[in-house]
Design a binder for this molecule. Structure first.
Ligand SMILES: [Fe+2]
Length: 197
């Protein structure tokens, strides 16, 4: 008997590693640290203990390179999913600086097509992985007694942070970040992307 399986309604997480990450991250880290100096209090959202900037990177010339790459990546992804031509892609982005002990509660990003994170500085893997929670809510009623989890039976899936790596995911996909158990700050840029007329 041959049995085949077909994924229905899969959740996708896209990723890329920037070739020029060393020099690029140096420039972006400088801009991120200067931003914190200007606004040491920051804003409080899903971050526990960390510093988060306001959602303003899209308006700041010192982050122009980052802004361009976020939009390029998301437009490529949208193209791979057959989004209609001629849409205008816009984003909001912010800096997260998470010291040892900081984490991010599980959340999702309403009213955007894509969300993501780019890592500028991490001490992996103990500085805290991003994890995604199974969006098939009804599946939580009865989890599978599997010895080794697969993408189908898992309830949470973790991705280790890596300096120079970009992750993009649908805004509706619930996610959080494990506690930073390293002795260094975890520094990244997060963003939301929409597309419209
Ligand atoms: Fe998030």
């Amino acid at each position: 008997m041959e049995i085949t399986a077909q994924p229905l309604f899969p959740s996708l997480v896209w990723t890329t590693l920037f070739d020029d990450r060393e020099s690029f991250n140096e420039r972006m880290l400088k801009a991120a640290r200067e931003l914190r100096e200007k606004d040491p209090v920051g804003v409080s959202r899903t971050n526990l203990e960390g510093w988060q900037s306001d959602n303003i990177l899209q308006n700041l010339p010192e982050f122009e390179e980052m802004n361009t790459r976020i939009l390029q990546a998301c437009e490529r992804i949208a193209e791979s999913q057959n989004f209609v031509q001629g849409l205008n892609y816009r984003h909001q982005a912010w800096v997260n600086i998470s010291p040892p002990g900081a984490s991010n509660q599980v959340h999702f990003h309403a009213n955007c097509y894509f969300s993501g994170v780019y890592y500028l500085s991490v001490k992996a893997p103990e500085c805290g992985s991003i994890f995604f929670r199974d969006p098939r809510v009804a599946s939580r009623m009865m989890t599978y007694p599997a010895e080794k989890l697969t993408a189908f039976t898992a309830t949470e899936i973790r991705f280790p942070p890596e300096a120079g790596r970009l992750y993009v995911f649908p805004g509706w996909l619930e996610h959080g970040v494990d506690m930073n158990r390293s002795d260094e700050d975890r520094i990244g840029i997060s963003f939301n992307v929409v597309a419209g007329a």
